[in-house]
Ligand binder design. Structure first.
Ligand code: HEM
Length: 373
């Protein structure tokens, strides 16, 4: 999509799409502005199923919930998970080490975040596969203007939402009497202004973690490996200096951003680049374009492993800044480090086709088979 974004940045950086009935915005300064100004651009939109979660809330409720869960997701708290993430990654790598090839998504990039989130929620190992299937359906974007398609996907999502809720509520009931060291247990004892969270609030938050964290992290890891194959110099540089990995992860996030476009609803009439956005209009903030904006990033279309500064917008900006960013970063850093340690000469398997995941607001591939020595 990147050449198209560039066209739009040059000629129509704020444009109305008649078919999708929304505004698309492409410049870094505008995307940054829209995401920062929650008082002008609301997150309370219900285009898909009704999801009462913090991603779709405005202040003050957003702040209350966010304050409550923040401490479990600080970089320091997340760092404690490193040994467990390393163990899972080593295990996944040892499964394929002798084969000289692997399916990047099925063998590593998909299971790693699913196992980590399932662990955090207190879900037993035997239910993980079920989780993966559910979370995939939950995040499937529906841009389809055909009412039948839209309705069908919406129904499917409502079903899955219900199934997940029932399953998690079973875990929740068990934790009520036997608290463990997991998120559901800690939310059961949490309070806002002296009030406990309702069961529904706890379940909706748990489902949000699944929906927001799995496919995105899978895509980050896979996009990184894809870049290793497209620009083999990355392998040479990072292998000889593993301390480059954290900045490599940031550059992967900028260059192939897993989330391309969060959206908002205008809360009042507002002008951007001379275009008049009306109250109630949908505004799609193309982070994937902002991250390639030359006005912000010199040589924006060049992958620079040690790029500094690198203020990409891939985790959003402002009050909704990704809660899971420290976790996603850590998982990707460990995955890349283990790959550089165990593999050389990582390549896309011969004759494999690269096919993009269908939702335009995400950036990933459906499969990515690799070979290695
Ligand atoms: C919010 C991206 C991983 C949980 C966001 C937003 C973005 C984003 C762009 C802001 C959306 C908006 O402003 O409308 C990503 C990317 C990830 C990732 C690219 C991986 C590379 C995760 C993980 C978790 C997570 C691993 C949880 C374990 C959340 C939550 C929010 C959020 C709860 C809502 C925060 C709020 O509304 O205050 N993420 N995310 N994300 N993300 Fe992530």
């Amino acid at each position: 999509p990147f050449p198209i974004y560039e066209e739009f940045r040059k000629h129509s950086p704020v444009r109305y799409d008649q078919e999708r009935n929304c505004w698309d915005i492409f410049l870094y300064e505008d995307v940054d502005y829209v995401l920062k100004h929650y008082e002008l651009f609301s997150s309370e939109q219900q285009r898909l199923i009704r999801r009462d979660n913090m991603l779709r809330m405005d202040p003050p409720r957003h702040k209350q919930l966010r304050d409550l869960v923040n401490k479990g997701f600080t970089p320091r708290a997340i760092k404690e998970l490193a040994p467990r993430i390393q163990e899972i990654t080593e295990q996944l790598i040892s499964n394929v080490l002798d084969q000289g090839e692997m399916k990047m998504i099925d063998d590593m990039a998909m299971p790693l975040p699913v196992i980590v989130i399932a662990d955090l929620l207190g879900v037993p190992a035997e239910d993980r596969e079920k989780f993966k299937v559910w979370s995939d359906i939950l995040v499937k974007g529906v841009e389809d203007p055909q009412p039948e398609v839209y309705e069908a996907v919406k129904r499917e999502q409502e079903d899955v939402h219900q199934q997940l809720k029932e399953y998690l509520s079973y875990i929740l009931e068990r934790r009520r009497f036997h608290p463990q060291d997991d998120i559901i247990s800690s939310l059961l004892s949490a309070e806002i202004d002296g009030n406990k969270l309702t069961e529904t609030e706890i379940l909706d938050f748990s489902i949000l973690l699944l929906a927001a964290g799995n496919e995105t992290t899978t895509n980050l890891i896979t996009n990184g490996v894809r870049l290793m194959t497209e620009i083999p110099d990355i392998q040479r540089q990072a292998k000889s200096d593993l301390s480059l990995i954290p900045s490599m992860v940031e550059e992967v996030l900028r260059y192939y951003s897993p989330v391309q476009a969060p959206s908002r609803i205008a809360k009042q009439d507002i002008e951007l680049q001379g275009e008049s956005i009306k109250k109630g209009d949908i505004v799609v903030a193309w982070v994937g374009s902002a991250n390639r904006d030359e006005a912000k990033f010199p040589a924006a279309n060049t992958f620079q492993i040690d790029r500094k500064p690198n203020q990409h917008l891939s985790f959003g900006k402002g009050i909704h800044f990704c809660l899971g960013a420290p976790l996603a970063r850590l998982e990707a850093q460990i995955a890349f480090e283990k790959m550089f340690t165990h593999f050389t000469n990582i390549r896309l398997k011969e004759a494999a086709q690269i096919k993009r995941t269908p939702a335009p607001q995400m950036f990933g591939v459906v499969e990515f088979p690799i070979t290695f020595s």
